[in-house]
Ligand binder design. Structure first.
Ligand code: MIC
Ligand code: SF4
Length: 641
């Protein structure tokens, strides 16, 4: 039967399961990537497997998130990561070499292969025709050990692209348009596969902008075919041998088809505080802007920065506005330095940062109180910028540059179209900032600083519990809400006891203390709980505080997997039950293990009302075994002893 590209790559890598949407499958992973904020945990977990070397075709460890070294913590973590990479056969991309997704696209991605990364935007590499999936660190550690990755077989949504982008419309607007239509939960359980005549009008970095921000749809992944445009990109990166043609079979059937006429796409903006809160830029004309940030794994390619430089040429950033630019990679930075675009940016008043995530994850450049910041990034969740009451607007590099000059939102149609930027036939390739591992790493000493603390474990699931509802939350709670990031908290990523103090701190500063006092606890939430990042700290830290279960209407994919991995029950509740439960309620549950063993709902009594409630779940047999064991690390330990 003719297959979609997604199905073809999955069937080439299938280890177990039926390829029916929603059924659990297991696939072989060819490549992995980690970044520093999730990587320390991933390598600590890999070390518990007691292997001498990774068993993937390629694994890369990037340092791009925790680059602000305000104390010893991040520097210690980087040293640990570098030594662990050498020890276990992993390539190490040094701090300052760029954002993992941008560098992976440039230097390592291979069409038709599978990539698992401990970062939700791993899907960026789908722009090259890879099946690239974000996951928690423990899943990536297991993949590095050669274990297959388990996921629910996604439904494949075909996005047919016709025509070509015109005027100020850009690749960013393509994905903003999909977010406007489908919302931040519209992609859960789905892969978005792009096809049609419009595909060849988009360069690989433009495709990567779209696949990157597919993460904001909640999608399992997003993928473009690998065609002559891909070949040209890989050739320019001196990697033509990595190219192969990858496309859906003739007559492939998608589970759903969305039509997008690129010629009808208009410049869009996502308003605070969700990436799906999308309006045409024209609706915001006149809104004063304090800060503009260009960069992040979504929009920091050579073309993006050249576009901004071309718009700023011979102009000065508005006095009201601070313009911050972070190139996606050292390659991009060096190329704009050589071709003069960097000088143009500097002359216009841009504050140029090192190639890293930077402001995107609140590592510096927080906007002023109540400020308005326009960013080319992918997430605008409340507080993520480091300023609780700032409003973050997401848009394309071209619109961001116009805003930086005007100090306010403007109507782009009043301006000459952005100059076309042609990608060079050859990029400046210099991999000296990527350290390949030695042939034999067994003699390498792994260096651990005092910031690196052992990963806490939890006991096996108890027979029953009296659990307190610690917090009741609305729909679309993000992992930034659960486990905030930013310059203050990120250095504690390798220290679970310390970082646990910050769980839900922006929503309820008393949460950690209350959770410890009332343990075990449960959290009640609405739809799409845990959307956003892959950070397993959003499961590990609540686990450390004694959270036993999350009762939600639905869960985001990666976070749900992380909850299971750390022995927290992801339980499903009806809207009526959501309404009925209150913070402080105590749920009395017996026979919990037996229910899970029999794959039957858990029954519990609400102490306040005496009402008996039913808590259902949708867990595979493998997942039920994991939660019964109190998490996957316990299972691994049991297997080893
Ligand atoms: C993010 O964009 O939220 C992050 C920071 O890259 C996270 C990973 C993390 O929290 O370390 C992600 O997207 O997975
Ligand atoms: Fe880094 Fe931001 Fe991309 Fe996350 S979304 S990987 S923080 S640039």
């Amino acid at each position: 039967m003719p297959g979609t590209l997604t199905e073809r790559i999955i069937s080439d890598h299938l280890v177990a399961g039926e390829m029916q949407p929603g059924e659990e499958i297991a696939i072989r992973i060819d490549q992995t990537l980690t970044q520093d904020a999730t990587g320390t945990m991933a390598y600590l977990q890999f070390e518990t497997l007691r292997l001498d070397r990774v068993r993937t075709e390629l694994s890369v460890s990037y340092v791009d998130h925790n680059t602000l070294q305000t104390g010893f913590e991040n520097a210690d973590d980087h040293r640990y990561l570098q030594s662990a990479a050498a020890r276990y056969g992993v390539h190490f991309s040094r701090p300052g070499n760029g954002i993992c997704h941008q560098v992976h696209l440039e230097r390592f991605g291979v069409p038709g292969k599978t990539l698992l990364g401990s970062d939700s935007h791993t899907s960026t590499a789908g722009g090259l025709g890879m099946l690239a999936i974000g996951a928690g660190g423990l899943d990536v550690a297991a993949a590095m050990a050669g274990e297959p990755f388990h996921l629910d077989m996604p439904a494949v949504v075909g996005v047919r692209l016709d025509g070509r982008l015109t005027g100020w419309a850009s690749a960013k607007d393509v994905i903003l348009e999909l977010l406007r239509r489908l919302s931040v939960k519209g992609g859960v359980g789905k892969v978005f596969e792009y096809f049609g005549p419009g595909v060849s009008t988009l360069s690989v970095p433009e495709r990567a902008t779209i696949t990157n921000m597919g993460a904001e749809l909640g999608a399992t992944s997003s993928i473009f075919p690998s065609d002559h445009v891909t070949r040209h990109f890989l050739l320019a990166q001196h990697r033509e041998e990595a190219w192969s043609e990858q496309e859906a079979d003739e007559g492939a059937k998608y589970d759903e088809v969305i039509h997008l006429d690129l010629g009808a796409i208009r410049p869009l903006v996502a308003m605070p505080h969700m990436p799906d809160n999308v309006v045409p830029v024209g609706e915001l004309v006149g809104l004063p802007v304090d800060q503009v940030c260009v960069g992040s794994c979504t929009n920091s390619s050579l073309k993006d920065l050249m576009t901004v430089a071309a718009i700023l040429r011979d102009n000065t950033v508005h006095p009201r506005t601070s313009l911050v630019v972070s190139p996606g990679s050292r390659q991009v930075e060096e190329m704009i330095a050589r071709n003069g675009a960097l000088a143009t940016l500097l002359a216009a008043g841009a504050r140029v940062l090192e190639p890293a995530c930077g402001p995107c994850i609140g590592m510096g450049q927080s906007p002023p109180s109540g400020g308005t910041s326009v960013r080319t990034f992918n997430r605008n969740f409340a507080g993520r910028s480091g300023t609780a009451d700032a409003g973050i607007y997401l848009t394309s590099p071209g619109i961001a540059a116009l805003v930086a000059l005007a100090g306010e939102f403007v109507d782009p149609s009043q301006f000459l179209e952005p100059p076309p930027i042609d990608l060079p036939d050859v990029f400046d390739v210099d991999d000296r900032m990527i350290i390949p591992p030695p042939e034999d790493g067994t003699g390498v000493e792994v260096l651990r600083g005092p910031n690196i603390r052992p990963i806490p474990l939890r006991d096996a699931l108890p027979e029953g519990f009296d659990a307190t509802v610690l917090l009741k939350l609305p729909d679309n709670i993000t992992t930034d809400d659960i486990m905030p990031a930013g310059a203050k908290v990120l250095p504690l990523r390798s220290n679970i006891p310390a970082i646990s103090e910050f769980v839900f701190s922006a929503i309820d500063p008393e949460f950690a203390a209350r959770a410890r006092e009332h343990a075990p606890g449960v959290i009640v939430a609405g739809e799409n709980y845990g959307q956003g990042s892959s950070r397993e700290h959003a499961a590990l830290a609540p686990m450390h505080l004694g959270v036993q279960a999350v009762l939600a209407a639905s869960f985001a994919r990666i976070h749900r997997a992380n909850l299971v991995n750390f022995g927290i029950l992801p339980l499903l509740i009806t809207p009526e039950l959501y309404e009925a439960l209150e913070q402080g309620d105590v749920l009395h549950a017996e026979g919990v293990r037996k229910a899970i063993e029999a794959n039957e709902p858990i029954t519990a009594t609400v102490e306040r009302t005496g009402e008996e409630i039913e808590l259902s779940y949708d867990l595979s047999e493998r997942e039920r075994e994991t939660v019964l064991a109190g998490g996957r690390l316990n299972q691994i330990r049991a297997r080893r002893s």
